[in-house]
Ligand binder design. Structure first.
Ligand SMILES: C[S@@+](CC[C@H](N)C(=O)[O-])C[C@H]1O[C@@H](n2cnc3c(N)ncnc32)[C@H](O)[C@@H]1O
Length: 215
């Protein structure tokens, strides 16, 4: 498994019925069942072609009835699950999937490729609390993995932008991310950002410097 998938995998708790929404290759689903981290695994993908990879990987488990495979848009037409993963999709797609779901699982692990701030705001609004929200690096890319359980929560503006766990405990990858973002943001400003965009970037820069200095 790639480092990105390993980081996601360790964030998923043991459960009864687990669904990997947008599973594509199905590696996480396979590990969940092989490691006995769940009793039943559901692999689903909107693309039949993508799902066929997971079906091939999980052939034995499907034959034994321990894995079920569905072509599905998000949770549409899936049986109820107690835990689900949505990884490797844009934040807006993840939000649309969650908002359409009639029976949301007790636990969720999300790994949005972008718009993490919008995802954070949405999950809290639809009744989840943050268990952990941290950044990790794989190769040259930075990713966020957000673990949630149903409950009440309230996020500060900074937590919405950066992720609570990153702010509350030292994370070398997050620190590296901040340093590189400070350089990038400084360049955008120098290269002629103006008006409200300049104000927004300056505010972000100040905030990032504050967190780098705090560590
Ligand atoms: C980049 S892959 C990520 C695969 C895997 N989850 C991972 O993190 O490595 C995104 C997958 O999500 C699927 N997908 C996109 N939108 C979806 C939706 N609304 N419902 C289900 N699957 C979706 C795509 O077909 C694709 O297989």
């Amino acid at each position: 498994m790639h480092n990105r998938l390993k980081n996601i995998y360790v964030s998923i708790d043991k459960c009864d019925v687990f669904a990997d929404i947008g599973c594509d290759h199905g590696y996480i689903a396979k590990a969940m069942i092989v490691d006995k981290k769940c009793n039943t695994v559901i692999v689903s993908d909107i693309s039949e072609k993508s799902l066929s990879k997971a079906k091939e990987l999980l052939k034995d488990e499907i034959d034994k009835g321990r894995a079920l495979a569905f072509v599905s848009d998000g949770f549409d037409n899936l049986p109820a699950v107690d835990s689900a993963l949505i990884a490797g999709m844009g934040g807006k797609e993840i939000i649309s999937i969650l908002k359409r779901c009639e029976k949301l699982p007790e636990k969720l692990v999300l790994q949005p490729m972008k718009n993490c701030d919008l995802v954070r705001k949405t999950v809290v609004n639809i009744g989840y609390k943050i268990v952990s929200d941290k950044m990790f690096k794989d190769g040259i890319m930075f990713y966020n993995v957000i673990s949630l359980v149903k409950g009440k929560d309230r996020l500060s503006e900074d937590e919405i932008i950066f992720g609570r766990t990153n702010l509350n405990s030292y994370n070398a990858d997050f620190s590296e991310y901040l340093k590189s973002e400070i350089v990038k943001t400084g360049k955008y400003i120098e290269n002629g950002a103006s008006g409200t965009e300049k104000e927004r970037l300056e505010k972000k820069l100040e905030l990032m410097k504050k967190y780098v200095d705090d560590k």
